[in-house]
Structure formats: structure tokens, C-alpha cells
Design a protein around this ligand. Structure first.
Ligand SMILES: [Zn+2]
Ligand SMILES: [Zn+2]
Length: 643
């Protein structure tokens, strides 16, 4: 017979499926020590029955547990968040009058907002980092305590932490938790790493102003950004990448290469300079060249519509806050944020037979979206945009074949930029419009198209649009950063809302399906990405200026001008640098402008009717007849060679 006083056991299931028994109340750390091995040694936190907990968490019932090291996303996030606590501790040591706001982990790091008596300087950041190193070497354990909410409010009020009091007053939790390491106490849900000594590599990056709760009527706080990694090597690699990203910043290169600019007078809109607009036109031409043979029909539809249209499309209900609205003719009008409603009206303009489908409308016209001013970022996040947008109206039985064609187009476009991509399939969300059966058919068709094309993809369950499932494409740039550009959405709702139909074989009216697709996506953003991807050194086919002709002396200018004219006749974008400058200076400047080819012409070249070819990376290519050079560069342009 069992002894009633015996300690109850709990069954702990590990990720490898083994189950071990421990006395009730055993901590996760004790389980880790019992398991042993590297993961147990490096674990910072654990997941118990799906919930993240501290290692000192006591196991009171049967559980599945997983130990998390900084090699996992969740483990790294907890490491960064705990580093934010250490930073706050250091700030409090150096500025005892500082008041704490919040300190969450963010992508690639963390921040903490402080109310401080004065603006922080770069020297302050160094002092804070030095104090953090001290706290890390002092290796304080993190401990957790729960309090009644009222007690906690009093506790933080006594300490003058008014922001924490405000957070607590709005908190639902009747027993909030506080965490302590050394003398430092913070309100936090947790979990944290076991002790400050577990932080191996961190860096403080910058200080920025941030309103409390993002509200410009509330106090302006100082936000310190930092990051932490499992090892110094990983941190160094990350900081290097950041420095490289800064060097490639499209706003900076856009200015240096004279591509585009931004003005206070038109926030969120791009001023395209001649060279930048050349780049833009090259992209649109490329898109046309691929789409026209595939039956796309380029159209241009109005950019301002009456409210009635936006009500039909559903934008009025779902998207109004992101639209620019205008009062005219005693009516409310909206500038289009998307082309779809216009294309639906265009489709309904005439009767379509089942044989006419698919109908593919492409449009590169302007769109405007009201993005909050704080989110605008150069060309990457704009209010005024153009897209390589198209809508395909098709029969249900054509979904698979049309999706395959779009996939092939995506491939043709991204490979021309040397960009790899991954595909995500987003499926039916909990709140969806339309028939379950139609959704299932559509998702199955997308999967069949992906599989027929031999594409790998991941599934994002329930992340589809309310009107249909979609494919999202993330491209990876030269720095390994991911950008979502292309999107392909299947839509059953717009045809319904706009009462679109086609006449089927038996004369009956049927609803078409609609595919919304953009491949480069927003061209402004895509060009921003390309500038950073190529660090401004575009392959020849994209380069706004492909060749610069550099006469050595004034005697050679006339010949150089003829060379430039012949290049232009051959469809090569060429410039003549006829300034009275030394040739070395002209070459350097062309290099800085990242012009792919320089043609140097002097007495010898004039005499022999040749050009001395210099490539921006490969250097001197020797002299050759102009016709030979033209043949070579034409081949490079036509094949969209990546250099
Ligand atoms: Zn915390
Ligand atoms: Zn659309």
C-alpha cells in the first residue's frame, strides 16, 4: 500500500519523447542538471507545456518541457530582453533619478525607454556599457516575486516609478510579477536568464527620442537601442553587417549617385532624378517585355474615384484610414491605393465569354496610401507609389495553370537580379468570406501549382487575406536580408462585390475568379532594395549610365563625341565627360559613380579608331575597335548579365 506521506511524482516528457519522473516541485534547472549535456548546460529558459518559464520554475504537475539555448529564437529573445534589464540597472546606478518605462526585445536586439534629467551623449552610452559589464561580472541571479496589484502599485509609487504605476493601473493581472537582479527591481512578466553572468556579448547602438506610449502629447523619453548575441563572433558579424548596410543605405547612395531625393514639401513621395528615373523605366520596360508575350494587356485607369466605388470594393469599410480623401463636386472622393476596383470596372465594361478568359490587366500607374509619417523610410516606405500590378480574371479550372505561369514570371524577374527567394502559402483565416468549399479548392489549386512547378514552400496557416489564400515571396538580398516583394492572391470576393461574370459554354452567367499579383511590388521600394543589394553598382543592363567616354585632352573631344553618338545609336546609355580635367580625375569620378564601363580616348585611339576599355571592377581591358566594344556590351545588356 502506498505511503500517503510520500512525495508525489510528476512525469516530465522531453523533446526526444523520453519520460522521466521527478518529485513534485523539482525545478526546471534540476531537471536540466539531471539530463546533462550541452543543451542543459547552455539553456537560458524553458518551455513548459508551451509556456516560456524561468529555469527556477517548479514543476507541480506532469509536463512536456523543452530547454532553450540562445541558439533558439525564443532563447535569444529572452537573452536580449534580460540584457535590457541589465542596461536599466546600469542606467539607474548612473542616473538614480531616471524613471523606467518599458524595455521589450525587438528584431535583432532590444531597447529600453527612460525618462532622464538630461539628454544622453555617446560618452554616456560608453559609461552605461561599462557599468553593464560590471553587473555582468557580478553575476546576479534573476529572481521572481508576485504581488497583489495594489501592493505593486504602492511599491512602484514609493519608488517614484510613475510609468510603471501607469502600466500597473491598466493591467488586467491581479498578481503581477516583479523581477530582481542585485539591487535592481523591475515590473515584468518574464521569464529571464538565470543570472547576469550569462550575457556573453552585447552592444549599445544608439539613443533616440520616443514619446511615452507613442503619443506626442505625452513626455518625450530617451530610447536606448542595444543588442546581444550568444557569442562575441556572432555579435561582431552582426555589427559588420550593420556597417555594410549603412554603407549601402539607399538614401545615401540615391543622393551620391544622383538617383532620387526626398523633400519636406512632399513627405513619402520620391523625386526621381533623370538617372533614377532611367532605372525606373528600365524596370517597367523589363516587366512589359515579359508580360506582353504572356497576354497581359496594359491599361490605365482613373486615380480618383467617388466614395460609392470604395464602398462597393470594401475599401471604405477596411482601408479608409489609409486613403487620401478629397472633397470635390460636393462629394467625397478617394485617391486609389490599389488598382483592383478600377480593373473590375474595366472588366465589367463588356461581356466576356468563357473563351476570352483569362483576361489580364496590367497597370503601372500611380497609387497613394496614407502611411503614418513616423513609418516613412526613404524609398522603402512611401505614400506615393507605382507597382508592376496586374489582375487576372479567370475560370476556376484555370487557377492552377495561371498560378504556374505567374510562378515562372516571378522566377524570370528575380533571377535577372540574382536574388533568391522563398515562398509562403497563407491559408484560410478564421474570419473568411465565401464558401468553405471554394477556399479548399483554391488552396488545393495553389498547392498543385507549387508542386507541379517543383517549388518548395512553407505554409502560414490562417494568414490568408479574408477574401482568399495567397502566396508571398521573400527575396534575399546580397546582405542576406529578407524583403517581402511579390504577392499573388486568389480572390473570390471582388468578382462577387462587382457582380462580374462571364458567359459559359451553356450560355449561363458564371463568376470569374480574380488573381491580384505584383512581382517587383512597389517599384519605389524595389528600387530602394536594388540600390542596397547592388551597393549602387548596377549590372550593365540596369545601370542608368552604362558607359562614360573620357577624352584625355581637348584634341580628343570631337572623336569622343562621335564615340558617344555611336553608342547612343546602338542603344547604349553613354555620357561624355568633356571637362578640362586630368584623365585620372575623370576615371576616379566615373568609378565613384559606379559607371560599368569607361572608354578612354587619346591620340592613339583617334588615330586607330579604337577605344581603350576600362571596367569599373576588372580595370583595364585593353584597346579595341569601337564596333567590337559595342557588340560586347550589347550582348551583356541583352543577356542581362549580372557582371
Ligand atoms: Zn523582463
Ligand atoms: Zn489588387
Amino acid at each position: 500500500m502506498a505511503d500517503a506521506t510520500a512525495v508525489k511524482k510528476v512525469a516530465i516528457r522531453l523533446p526526444d519523447g523520453t519520460v522521466r519522473e521527478y518529485p513534485q516541485g523539482t525545478t526546471v534547472r534540476e531537471v536540466a542538471q539531471d539530463i546533462g549535456g550541452r543543451t542543459a548546460l547552455e539553456a537560458l529558459v524553458a518551455r513548459v507545456n508551451g509556456r516560456l518559464v524561468d529555469l527556477f520554475y517548479r514543476l507541480e504537475e506532469d509536463a512536456e518541457i523543452e530547454l532553450l539555448t540562445p541558439a533558439t529564437d525564443a532563447g535569444l529573445e529572452v537573452l536580449r530582453h534580460s540584457t535590457a534589464h541589465v542596461m536599466a540597472q546600469a542606467v539607474k546606478r548612473l542616473f538614480p533619478e531616471a524613471r523606467l518605462a518599458i524595455g521589450p526585445p525587438i528584431e535583432n536586439g532590444f531597447y529600453y525607454d527612460f525618462d532622464l534629467p538630461r539628454a544622453l551623449t555617446p560618452e554616456d552610452l560608453e559609461r552605461i556599457a561599462a557599468e553593464m559589464r560590471r553587473i555582468i561580472s557580478e553575476d546576479y541571479a534573476f529572481s521572481r516575486q508576485e504581488m497583489d496589484r495594489e501592493q505593486a502599485i504602492q511599491f512602484f509609487r514609493d519608488r517614484g516609478e510613475s510609468y510603471k504605476v501607469e502600466i500597473l493601473e491598466e493591467l488586467d493581472d491581479p498578481r503581477p510579477s516583479i523581477y530582481q537582479q542585485g539591487e535592481f527591481i523591475d515590473l515584468c512578466r518574464g521569464p529571464h536568464i538565470p543570472s547576469t553572468g550569462r550575457i556573453k556579448a552585447f552592444a549599445l547602438r544608439s539613443v533616440a527620442g520616443a514619446y511615452w506610449r507613442g503619443d506626442s502629447h505625452r513626455p518625450m523619453l530617451q530610447r536606448i537601442y542595444g543588442t546581444a548575441f550568444a557569442t562575441q563572433e556572432e555579435l561582431d558579424r552582426y555589427l559588420e553587417l550593420l556597417a555594410e548596410a549603412e554603407r549601402r543605405d539607399h538614401r545615401r547612395l540615391g543622393r551620391e549617385l544622383d538617383l532620387f531625393s526626398f523633400r519636406e514639401e512632399a513627405p513619402g513621395f520620391v523625386f526621381w532624378h533623370p538617372k533614377g528615373y532611367q532605372l525606373y523605366r528600365t524596370l517597367v520596360d523589363f516587366s512589359r517585355e515579359l508580360q506582353e508575350p504572356r497576354g497581359y494587356l496594359e491599361v490605365s485607369t482613373p486615380w480618383i474615384y467617388r466614395t460609392t466605388l470604395w464602398e462597393t470594393s470594401g475599401h471604405w469599410q477596411h482601408y479608409k484610414d489609409n486613403m487620401f480623401l478629397i472633397d470635390a463636386d460636393g462629394d467625397r472622393m478617394g485617391v486609389k491605393p490599389m488598382n483592383c476596383p478600377g480593373h473590375c470596372l474595366l472588366y465589367s465594361q463588356k461581356v466576356h465569354s468563357y473563351r476570352d478568359l483569362p483576361v489580364k490587366f496590367a497597370e503601372y500607374g500611380p497609387l497613394a496610401r496614407f502611411e503614418a509619417s513616423g513609418t516613412l523610410h526613404g524609398a522603402l516606405r512611401v505614400r506615393g507609389m507605382h507597382q508592376d500590378d496586374a489582375h487576372i480574371f479567370l475560370r476556376e479550372d484555370q487557377i492552377e495553370e495561371q498560378i504556374r505561369e505567374v510562378l515562372e514570371l516571378v522566377d524570370a524577374i528575380y533571377s535577372a537580379f540574382g536574388m533568391a527567394y522563398t515562398i509562403k502559402l497563407s491559408t484560410r483565416p478564421d474570419e473568411y468570406m465565401g464558401e468553405l468549399e471554394t477556399w479548399e479548392k483554391a488552396e488545393a489549386a495553389l498547392v498543385r501549382a507549387l508542386e507541379a512547378a517543383g517549388r518548395e514552400y512553407t505554409v502560414n496557416p490562417k494568414d490568408g487575406a479574408f477574401y482568399g489564400p495567397k502566396l508571398d515571396f521573400d527575396v534575399t538580398d546580397a546582405l542576406g536580408r529578407k524583403w517581402q516583394c511579390a504577392t499573388v492572391q486568389l480572390d473570390f470576393q471582388f468578382p462577387e462585390r462587382f457582380d462580374l461574370y462571364y458567359v459559359d459554354r451553356d450560355g449561363s452567367h458564371k463568376r470569374p475568379v480574380m488573381i491580384h499579383r505584383a512581382i517587383m511590388g512597389t517599384l519605389e521600394r524595389f528600387i530602394g532594395i536594388l540600390v542596397e543589394h547592388f551597393a549602387g553598382a548596377f549590372p550593365v543592363w540596369l545601370a542608368p549610365v552604362q558607359v562614360r567616354v573620357l577624352p584625355i585632352g581637348s584634341d580628343h573631344v570631337a572623336y569622343a563625341a562621335r564615340v558617344r553618338a555611336e553608342l547612343a545609336n546602338a542603344g547604349v546609355r553613354a555620357e561624355l565627360d568633356d571637362r578640362n580635367e586630368k584623365i585620372g580625375y575623370k576615371i576616379r569620378e566615373a568609378q565613384v559613380q559606379k559607371v560599368p564601363y569607361m572608354l578612354v580616348v587619346g591620340g592613339k585611339e583617334v588615330e586607330a579608331a579604337t577605344v581603350a576599355v576600362r571596367h569599373r571592377r576588372a580595370g583595364d581591358q585593353g584597346s579595341m575597335p569601337l564596333a567590337t566594344f559595342i557588340e560586347r556590351i550589347r550582348h551583356e545588356i541583352d543577356s542581362r548579365s549580372l557582371d
